[in-house]
Write a protein that binds this ligand. Sequence first.
Ligand code: AMP
Length: 194
Amino acid sequence: MASFSVCVYCGSRPGELAAYADAAHHVGTFVGQQGWQLVYGGGRAGLMGIVADAALAAGATVVGVIPESLMGRELGHRGLSELHVVETMHQRKMLMAERSDAFLALPGGIGTFEELFEIWSWRQLGYHDKPLGLLNVASYYDALLAFLNSSREQGFMSAAQIDLLQVSDDPQVLLARIAEMAPRATKPNDYRRI
Ligand code: AMP
């Protein structure tokens, strides 16, 4: 069994810049080189497919979790170590969270934002204590980070809440940091209480 399991949230589209695909490839390759496990949304579309294929090529165990209704739209990946086809989006996100020791968001759209914010809010509510990372590839998330800071200035978020999110533009640095933090996360999964 892999020593460390990382959940990657990312776009079901590739995005405009080659830097996004490069970063997804880098993340997947690094996960495989470390002998880690990748958990992700189970599709072959966009950055999701790139990260999964790179991880498989580098020898990672790759676990995909996809709702039946999205098998066509997101091109369910048949070459994974494990593909779990579930009924609902909530089952997908719960299983992804349970199977992971840490979470990393790459560039993506509404689905990626929703997944990142959900796992972040679960963390600050105490449902888990696993580390979270945001990979700010080519400044993609600068505007979001500025908005979060403005939310803090306006009194809607605390600095401690913002600090739960590890941010870097370097995939290797960020993955190493959240992997290093993960063993300290000892709280049992408590997602079923949500
Ligand atoms: P996107 O970032 O919009 O390309 O989506 C990335 C992944 O997030 C896809 O696998 C989506 O199915 C998934 N996703 C998870 N939760 C949601 C949600 N509530 N709405 C849309 N997409 C979601």
